[in-house]
Ligand binder design. Structure first.
Ligand SMILES: [Zn+2]
Length: 100
């Protein structure tokens, strides 16, 4: 995660679910109104359009609990993503890829 700011470049964020770097303009904020993770600009507060659609099919409360359970933001991101995807698959079934 670069700490430099990039005023003249497209700001990118990392998708919570798939880990892709995406333009902030293209990202969907997740849990914008939640206070669980305070106001810090954490990467797991953004998801790409595709994943956002998937996430919206799942019960929001459960998903938030899941994120807390997996210690989102506290564990290594790669480990978190892996655990997240595994857990989601176990609980909700495989996330199907959607075509644009
Ligand atoms: Zn994604």
């Amino acid at each position: 995660m670069p700490l430099w700011s990039s005023r003249n470049r497209t700001e990118t964020v990392t998708c919570l679910a798939c880990g892709d770097d995406i333009a902030r303009d293209e990202a969907r904020e997740y849990d914008k109104h939640g206070d669980r993770w305070d106001r810090a600009d954490k990467t797991f507060e953004h998801v790409c359009k595709s994943c956002y659609g998937d996430l919206c099919h799942q019960p929001r409360d459960e998903l938030e609990e899941l994120l807390v359970e997996l210690e989102a933001g506290e564990t290594d991101r790669t480990a978190f993503l892996s655990a997240y995807l595994t857990t989601v698959e176990e609980r909700y079934g495989r996330v199907e890829e959607e075509q644009d």
